[in-house]
Design a protein around this ligand. Structure first.
Ligand code: GA4
Length: 344
């Protein structure tokens, strides 16, 4: 993916033939945040409408903090299982391995999931004796602070880009001290385990031996900021054809942003909450960090009046974030939760 200076985004819609029948959309929007504000917000709105997904560069988050998070999470995941479990069972917050949610979903990963605030981070990791928990939690808290700042900027740019009367309409949810935002560290072990090696003689030429790290889903929150190490794995569902998965080239120096269900609802369907998944094919293990921007439990999510017109009638009913969470935890990972809030 090439990048242009000054807030240019390049949406290359080069179709690369994978086979005669299948075409793959290979490149996704890249937005240079050091560009002119007016241009940046227009490109962001376009990306959210077309893909529900974009990559940001020149984001201003210092490399040192990003590297610290990667180093600390690598160290954490290499600890003995009993130590990692001291972060608590995933109820849903805590340390989890293979199990996702409460309804039988599984994935080839282990993870840490916390509320994005210093006290809950520290409370979860303070008992991990073989790790300096003060350091681990301070690194994560620093990262969360920067993610909040970046998310506020992005949400305000989107508010402006949509021409909303109050540009803080979206960022207000995150500025609320009761916000339910989360931080998640995922570790996808590499694909070259002994078992894989032993099974390799059974593989056909077409079998690229990929495993599902985290199955397809959309994020329930407002916005997600993802960063991963230099290992591929993330795929987004093509907005043009639900059967096509677009591999996202890894870029450890960038952040990947995706629209969540709540932003789709508030924009009355103008922005799309993109379905995505993580695949494990690499010989190296993948580490990713996600910051999920969520409102407070009492917050009401409803289509903004500005987004409802005669041509684009009211699509979703209002809901509280608490109500949405209850619904999402009662369903499978791949369910289309927002459909249940759709008006006829
Ligand atoms: C998907 C996005 C976030 O990772 C997450 C996930 C959550 C979990 O792992 O506990 C969920 C999933 C996610 C959506 C449906 C429910 C809840 C697992 C699951 C089956 C933390 C989130 O908020 O929703």
């Amino acid at each position: 993916v090439g990048t242009l200076q000054g807030g240019e985004a390049m949406v290359m819609t080069t179709l690369i033939p994978e086979s005669k029948e299948r075409m793959v959309l290979s490149d996704l929007p890249v937005i240079d945040l050091s560009g002119k504000r007016d241009k940046v917000r227009k490109l962001m709105v376009k990306a959210c409408e077309e893909f529900g997904f974009f990559k940001v560069i020149n984001h201003g988050v210092p490399n040192e903090i990003i590297d610290n998070v990667e180093k600390e999470s690598k160290e954490f995941f290499s600890l003995p299982t009993a130590e990692k479990q001291k972060a608590g069972p995933p109820n849903p917050l805590g340390y989890g391995s293979k199990k996702i949610g409460f309804n039988g979903d599984t994935g080839d990963l282990e993870y840490l999931l916390f509320h994005a605030n210093p006290t809950s981070i520290y409370d979860r990791i303070k008992n991990i004796s073989s790790k300096d928990s003060n350091r681990f939690s301070s690194v994560l808290s620093d990262y969360v602070d920067l993610m909040k700042e970046l998310a506020c900027d992005l949400l305000e740019l989107l508010g402006e880009g949509l021409g909303l009367e109050d540009k803080k309409t979206f960022s207000k949810f995150l500025k609320d001290s009761q916000n339910d935002s989360l931080i998640r560290l995922n570790h996808y072990p590499s694909c070259d385990s002994d078992a894989d090696q032993r099974l390799s003689f059974m593989k056909t030429k077409d079998d690229k031996s990929s495993r599902v790290g985290f199955g397809e889903h959309s994020d329930p929150q407002i916005l997600t900021i993802l960063r991963s190490n230099n290992v591929e794995g993330l795929q987004i569902q093509s907005p043009l054809d639900g059967n096509v998965w677009i591999p996202v080239k890894s870029d450890p120096s960038a952040f990947f942003i995706n629209v969540g269900d709540a932003l789709q609802a508030m924009t009355n369907g103008r922005f799309v909450s993109v379905r995505h998944r993580a695949i494990v094919t690499a010989q190296k293990s993948r580490l990713s960090t996600m910051f999920f921007v969520a409102p407070s439990l009492q917050a009401c999510i409803s289509p903004l009046p500005e987004m409802v017109t005669l041509e684009n009638r009211l699509k979703y009913r209002s809901y509280t974030w608490a109500e949405y969470k209850k619904t999402m935890y009662s369903l499978r990972l791949a369910s289309n939760r927002l459909e249940l809030f759709k008006l006829d």
